[in-house]
Design a protein around this ligand. Structure first.
Ligand code: ADP
Length: 481
């Protein structure tokens, strides 16, 4: 490779740039280096109109750049549009993230020469150590103008005889390379080569090409940002779909497992009862005691399995609730029968305060009772011996509130939300002694919300807890009675 020829590399600040554009646009023409006055009339008119024409061209380019997010297509369009304006053939080189140069397009206005251009592209692609053109600009990052491409220059730059032959046949007059640069980052280059060796590029042509490249770089950057945002969006959608898919698989697994566990658990309960009733022969007191333990453990395990099943159904929208008018006092009276053995076993007192007049809620009676039993068994679990547990029912406006009140251990404020998360307990240590799956409150809240209500908590450590189940009041209460 020979020495770098004399080239024009304007280094200017923004203000100077605009000054240059104005003066240079009114400057001498580039055809053969002749002054405007020396040109014949139509050509002179054309030359004088050049600034307006170029301003219009840039405005059109900007519009079409803003319209498109496919910047490769846009660059191709720019190259084609610039051809008549700059009397040029145009090459677009893109800098790949791995530092290599990818030639996007090489367009020649003369179809006869397009074949040679292709050969040039295929046999002599740009090389990093080329003294001219895009590779050099990748190093300097400065625009480059070679006003006069002499035969000596071609000889110096040609890699072999065929290369020189092609370069000569292309009748190159002058050429310029401008960076596609955005936010200080080089994205590629645009090269304009005059397709007529009588045509010389002037500095104003370089400024015009730079302006064009700046606009193209903005479009490329926008397209890149858009693509990145789009990729992230697609990734998020895929992750969500994946999560939904694995959620479904988990729900299916839980549901199959729960069903599978039900059968042997029921068998354990049934056979324990047969033994207890003496149907397999007389039993001793010690054996009765052991059978009772088996039954209790079976009940606990069954409750956990049922919780998991209900939870997976509510979480995946597979649980339906009935919406009927329910006399809340009546439904809570029924809960007392479930509560009493629990209360007695733990040496607690129980008080039920019904609503006056009786409140009618729109709810699924069984689900409502399920929630209250959950809250009640928690109150029992976390209350010291001898303490009271109260269930209070009242209508407040359009809501029926059922409160389960205890004076037990209480829950610190920062855990009030956490305890409604599945498999979460306020204190591991404490719950270990109390037992439980950490699903009761999650299920209760899910069920309440399915019925258009909610479960909330007020609690203070050492002072006890009040859990409130709220449900919508029936609009026509009389129909329920
Ligand atoms: P678990 O089956 O573990 O009781 P829950 O979802 O019903 O699961 O409750 C979650 C946690 O909330 C409990 O482990 C406990 O730490 C806390 N909690 C619930 N109810 C009470 C209560 N009445 N008093 C104190 N802590 C409670």
């Amino acid at each position: 490779m020979g020495a770098v020829p004399a080239c024009f590399c304007p280094v200017h600040n923004q203000r100077e740039y605009h000054k240059d554009v104005l003066t240079l646009f009114g400057d001498a023409p580039s055809k053969g280096g002749a002054a405007v006055e020396q040109l014949d009339k139509p050509l002179r008119r054309q030359e004088r109109r050049r600034p307006e024409r170029r301003a219009l061209f840039l405005a059109q380019i900007s519009r079409s750049l803003n319209d498109s997010l496919d910047y490769e297509q846009t660059l191709d369009r720019i190259a084609r549009l610039a051809m008549p304006e700059l009397g040029a053939w145009c090459m677009v080189d893109l800098l790949e993230p791995n530092g290599t140069v990818r030639r996007l397009e090489i367009i020649h206005p003369d179809p006869k020469l397009q074949k040679l251009v292709r050969e040039l592209e295929q046999r002599y692609p740009p090389q990093r150590d080329d003294a001219l053109g895009a590779p050099r600009l990748l190093e300097t990052q400065q625009p480059e103008l070679v006003p006069e491409v002499s035969d000596e220059l071609l000889e110096r730059e040609a890699r072999d005889a065929r290369h020189l032959e092609i370069l000569r046949a292309l009748r190159i007059g002058s050429y310029m390379v401008v960076p596609l640069k955005r936010r200080g980052k080089l994205l590629g280059t645009l090269t304009f080569v005059s397709a007529d060796n009588g045509l010389r590029y002037a500095p104003r042509d370089l400024l015009f090409a730079e302006d064009l490249a700046d606009r193209a770089a903005v479009a490329m950057d926008n397209a890149r940002l858009y693509r990145e945002a789009e990729n992230s969006r697609q990734e998020a959608i895929a992750a969500l779909a994946h999560a939904a898919e694995s959620d479904r698989a988990k729900a299916d697994f839980l549901s199959v497992m729960s069903h599978e566990l039900h059968t042997p658990l029921n068998a354990i309960g049934g056979y324990a009862e047969l033994l207890e009733l003496g149907m397999r022969g007389p039993i001793t007191d010690q054996q009765r005691e052991a059978i009772n333990r088996i039954k209790q453990s079976q009940q606990q395990l069954l409750a956990v399995v049922n919780d998991i099943l209900t939870f997976s159904r509510t979480e995946h929208g597979r649980l339906s609730v009935r919406r009927e008018n329910v006399n809340v006092n009546d439904a809570l009276e029924a809960v007392r029968f479930i509560a009493e053995p629990l209360i007695r076993a733990n040496d607690l007192t129980y008080e039920f305060r019904p609503s006056v007049p009786p409140a009618i809620a729109v709810a699924d009676r069984e689900r409502m009772q399920h929630i209250v039993v959950n809250l009640l068994s928690n109150a029992v679990k976390f209350s010291p011996h001898g303490s009271p547990i109260v269930i209070e029912c009242a209508q407040r406006g359009k809501v029926v509130e059922i409160k389960v009140i205890d004076v037990g251990s209480g829950i610190p404020a920062e855990k009030h939300e956490l305890i409604f998360q599945p498999f979460t307990q306020a204190s591991t240590g404490f719950t270990r002694t109390a037992g439980g799956s950490g699903l009761g409150l999650a299920i209760s809240r899910d069920l309440a919300r399915l019925m258009g209500g909610d479960v909330t908590v007020e609690s203070e450590p050492g002072r006890g807890s009040t859990f409130t189940l709220s449900l919508p009041v029936a609009s026509d209460a009389s129909t329920a009675l």
